[in-house]
Design a protein around this ligand. Sequence first.
Ligand SMILES: [Zn+2]
Length: 414
Amino acid sequence: MTDFYKRDDCRLCRSKSLETVLDIATTPVGDDFVTGDRLGKGQPTFPLELCVCTNCGLLQLPGVINPELIYSDYLYETSISLGLEEHFLKYARKMIEQVKPDDNALVVDIGSNVGCMLQGVKALGYPVLGIEPASALAKKATDAGVETWPLFFNRETAVKVREERGPAGIVTANNVFANIDDLTDMMEGIVELLDDNGVFVFETGYMVDTVQNTVIDNVYHEHLCYFSILPLIKFFDSHGLEFIDVERVPTKGGSIRGVVQRKSGPRAVSESVTGLATLERELGFEGMAPFRNLVGRVETMKRELLELIDSLRAEGKSVAAYGASVGVTTMLYYLELEGRIDCLYDDNPVKFDTFSPGMHIPVYNSDEIYKRKPDYILNIAWRYMNPIKARHEKYLAEGGRFITMLPAVGIIEK
Ligand SMILES: [Zn+2]
């Protein structure tokens, strides 16, 4: 595969009726923060364009970066992200209680990272296997006792797993379903791997939350799809599968946790499925209005924010920003912040003393706020405003100011 290609059909229904919702910007790989020795080298940029399929309603990015470019030296470990580890231990317990798999049923996790969730399942006495394309993470998981194959999950991988380990009672995919370009190949793999009574359990960002809560920073090249129930019901049906349960969970700005079985499977379909489908229809997600509202809100936010930052800079104030995540790269480009902010502060040691992808804005440990004393800090990590404010009470007490961008543009003085 080349470094980038743009597909012309929908990932779920293959219709060619893709309509552009928001052409965000052309950006580098969002998590490719660089060290000083790479500063002289350019980073390739790729279109970041949100489209909706007017046939099935799936919100998606038609542009696909070669996964090898994104994941080969992937830095994101589950345990780095606060709260996620505990979340997955609970998730494992709850899933086993709900699904009640046969004794000794194999549990396979797709995109298993360092194996946090499978550790929980293993502790409950079930055999487990992780599938994780980032080889360093796969090795770390295997070394910690969760056998993990360093592969992308597809039909070919599924055949290999079934041959060597037998069918799976549960296949899980947490926060990876949205990152797969060839969903047909992935679903065929899942159908291949599941035993007759098996279930597929997934957690993924929920498009309704993304759109309604303006979680525009969740849009980046890795997130190819923004799922809702209505398009998925049709997609699963076309693979001989059906939803049996779906639940909204607060992870990552709003997600859904779905449970799916073969249509001939033994479990009853919960009312939660029709309930959420009805909600999506009532909110207008079969049409374009919610997407047009989203675009109106983010464009207003951008205009107000740039007016504020430009007027502060014209007064001679220094402006920095908080956050150095993949979503921050999207916002730096969409908001055209190059030349408008001096540096980024973050709390993840992996990012300290690196430079943002493409724009090469320096990233510092947030402790350095007290040395550099910026007059204003734009909080791009807006969903974490409260913990960031609590951590930096001293900055506010010393006269520093945070600029908020969402849910509304404003200034926090204390
Ligand atoms: Zn579609």
